[in-house]
Design a binder for this molecule. Structure first.
Ligand SMILES: Nc1nc(=O)c2c([nH]1)NC[C@@H]1CN(c3ccc(C(=O)N[C@@H](CCC(=O)O)C(=O)O)cc3)CN21
Ligand SMILES: CC(C)C(=O)C(=O)O
Ligand SMILES: [Mg+2]
Length: 271
């Protein structure tokens, strides 16, 4: 049976870690689903990692939906989450229109950034599963920096997480915060926390797929490279180009031939 919110909450109760990755295309979705990932996530990091924009705020709702539909076709078991893009949840009504479009196109839940308790409760009251996102939030912060390093700022993040839970959020993502704060919030909340650069003690982890595959050349402290896929792609592209130029590809095994009489007819017609 496909994974639902109940499954994710039960994992926290059983002290089992929740696994999550971003995903922006069909073939990657098929592989992540086959690998048994719990949550497959069409984030607005689509913009910077897949579409080549400078910032996440350039991503439109139509672009998220375009990729969400492709990912949906590949996901059978995992929970499918989609980000609400920048400026698409400015008030409760607009947020509900956006969230309904995303769920209509296959999202099991939607995620939004910041302490938006009124919007979270409106979506929750309308049957939408809402994920919060606190700490460093790319839609509101220009430059990546760890949030909640002082007691006062940490308390604000922790209290915001509690407010999101009280407003009806089902899950909360914690991005770029000290490990101590990630631990405190995860212990305090009933709902599961998913960390990215938030230390070892959150209820689950998420990474951007290009970072963990080694496609993104940028080294980031919070990420880990699990396979030099970027290097494999580069080598494959170079080998292909070299073989086409040298005539080594294609070979006899790659081609198809006509039946004798058809070939004869073609050559007769040609000459
Ligand atoms: N490729 C990619 N990976 C991510 O993890 C990611 C995205 N894109 N886009 C959306 C957000 C933005 N995130 C980011 C963006 C930048 C840093 C970064 O510059 N980190 C610095 C250290 C920052 C600090 O410690 O203050 C680093 O060197 O790791 C981290 C997370 C996480 N998310
Ligand atoms: C970094 C994660 C949490 C995210 O929001 C995204 O990839 O868009
Ligand atoms: Mg995002």
């Amino acid at each position: 049976m496909a994974k639902n919110m109940n499954y994710l909450h039960r994992k926290k109760l059983n002290a089992q870690k929740i696994t999550m990755l971003t995903c922006y295309d069909y073939p990657t979705a098929v592989l992540q689903d086959k690998a048994g990932l719990d949550v497959i996530f069409v984030g607005d990091s689509l913009g910077t990692n897949e579409l080549g924009y400078e910032r996440e705020i350039s991503v439109t709702l139509d672009e998220i939906i375009h990729h969400l539909k492709a990912v949906r076709r590949g996901v059978k078991e995992a929970y499918l989450l989609a980000d609400m893009p920048y400026k698409t949840y400015e008030n409760p009504d607009m947020a509900l229109v956006t969230a309904k479009k995303l769920t209509l196109h296959g999202a099991d839940g939607v995620k939004l950034e910041g302490l938006q308790a009124e919007i979270v409760s409106h979506l929750h009251n309308n049957g939408i599963e809402v994920w919060g996102h606190l700490g460093f939030t790319p839609q509101h912060h220009d430059k990546a920096a760890v949030q909640g390093k002082t007691f006062d700022s940490a308390k604000i993040v922790a209290e915001s997480a509690i407010s999101l839970q009280d407003a009806g959020a089902s899950m909360v993502v914690l991005e770029l915060i000290p490990e101590e704060l990630g631990k405190v919030i995860s212990e305090k909340l009933m709902i599961p926390t998913i960390g990215i650069g938030a230390g070892r003690f959150t209820d689950g982890q998420v990474l951007v797929v290009q970072d963990m595959l080694g496609i993104n050349p940028r080294e980031m402290r919070h990420a880990k490279n699990y396979g030099n896929v970027g290097e494999m792609m580069l080598k494959s592209f170079q080998a292909y180009a070299n073989e086409v130029e040298s005539g080594a590809f294609p070979q006899l095994t790659n081609v198809r031939h006509m039946k004798d009489e058809e070939r004869e007819a073609l050559l007769n017609w040609y000459s």
